[in-house]
Design a binder for this molecule. Structure first.
Ligand code: GLA
Length: 376
């Protein structure tokens, strides 16, 4: 090798080596969805502004950190089917397109529920209580139209939401009152007919409570005995610092798995605020005394509470990792603390910190700690 060649060669090697060192030093850190890609999807419920790109900062965080989305509101009956002959698919179409463009697992929420469903659904043309036949035909039309439109694109449907009460009995809502107990079965059957390849789940809160769990499992077992297609149960994770007990949650995951069903953690967030025992209505605004008692951290979460919050999330995720063969998805109920419904429920006007991103859209330290659980 002559002098020039040799030195050119050395120089090139140096550039390559430096580039490599440079690369490894500036390597982008793993995101939550990448870290958990062999375990389960990491999802988030998204709102209209995020879907429509009006909140582009949020949309970018969503694309980067999550590989599944749930419609927070835009697919609820009152939004997508506001009048008997009017469907409004504008936002729902954009939601599905957002998921398709970003190669996400798309969850449709929700087909049959007692809340956020207009009154006309349960009434005839004269404003009287609808007959069983009328309500069933409305349910069928709604499901056929909505599920049919997104066939092959929405991966999973929350078919029925919150049909069992805390005592394990069927909830006495208008669906039950007019159709009877088989409204649940009918909803699953109509959905299956509209898209037999979609994953169909039953979704509810507080299922880890033993009495409620029994009721839910009994209802689901009944569907299975009747050969109705149901693929899984969604555990809404509206968690607090002391609910649910980890043992109860673990037993719930085990019991659901024994039925051959998959578990989805569908609506996780973790409030750090106390449950207002004597106050039951979200309509009550806090007076000064009550604020001191229930709105504990209006100016920011103290470090000691951040640690409690981080540890509680880690406890949940350690459990989810342990049962990752049975869990297909963990979906956060919102992106930033500002967006969380916890600021106005169970009482209005509090400052809560339940999610992974703060009010300024910064990633909280808990994210890296959750990543470390699977990377270290
Ligand atoms: C339930 C519903 C969600 C949402 C939350 C509150 O969990 O399933 O759609 O309305 O309540 O935000």
């Amino acid at each position: 090798m002559n002098y020039i060649k040799k030195h050119t060669f050395n120089l090139l090697s140096l550039i390559i080596i430096t580039a490599f060192i440079g690369c490894s030093q500036t390597k982008e850190k793993n995101t939550l969805k990448d870290a958990y890609k062999d375990k389960f999807y990491i999802g988030v419920a998204i709102n209209k502004d995020q879907i429509l790109g009006k909140d582009s900062a949020a949309s970018n965080i969503i694309k980067k950190n999550f590989n599944s989305i749930t419609a927070e509101n835009v697919m609820k009956w009152e939004k997508i089917h506001p009048k008997p002959d009017t469907f409004d698919f504008t936002a729902a179409d954009s939601f599905v397109n957002f998921g398709m463009e970003n190669d996400m697992y798309i969850v449709g929420h929700v087909l049959v529920w007692h809340a956020q469903t207009p009154n006309w659904v349960f009434e005839d043309e004269n404003g009287n209580k609808a007959s069983r036949e009328l309500l069933l035909s409305r349910m069928e039309k709604h499901i056929k139209t909505v599920v049919g439109r997104y066939k092959g694109r929405v991966d999973c449907w929350d078919v029925v939401n919150e049909a069992i009460d805390d005592n394990g009995e069927i909830r006495k809502n208008k669906w039950y009152d007019i159709i009877g107990e088989d409204y649940i079965q009918k909803a699953f059957e109509f959905t299956c007919l509209a898209d037999r390849n979609a994953i169909l789940i039953y979704n509810d809160y507080s299922i880890p409570m033993p009495q409620k769990r029994e009721g839910v499992l009994k209802m689901v077992k009944n569907l299975q005995d009747n050969e109705v297609k149901i693929d899984g149960i969604g555990l809404q994770g509206h968690y607090t610092l002391d609910f649910p007990e980890l043992d109860d949650l673990e037993n719930t995951i085990i019991e659901i798995s024994k039925l051959g069903l998959q578990v989805s953690i569908t609506e996780i967030e973790l409030t750090v605020l106390p449950w207002p025992g004597e106050i039951v209505s979200a309509d009550i605004s806090l007076n000064f005394e009550m604020k001191k008692k229930y709105d504990l951290y209006p100016d920011g979460l103290p470090d000691s509470m951040v640690t409690v919050f981080n540890n509680r999330y880690k406890d949940f995720f350690n459990l989810f990792i342990k049962y990752s063969d049975n869990i297909d998805r963990v979906t956060f109920w919102g992106l930033t603390d500002q967006q969380s419904w916890r600021n106005y429920w169970p009482i209005r006007g509090r400052t809560d910190y339940p999610l992974l991103f703060d009010r300024e859209y910064n990633e909280k330290p808990v994210v890296q700690q959750l990543i470390n659980l699977v990377e270290n």
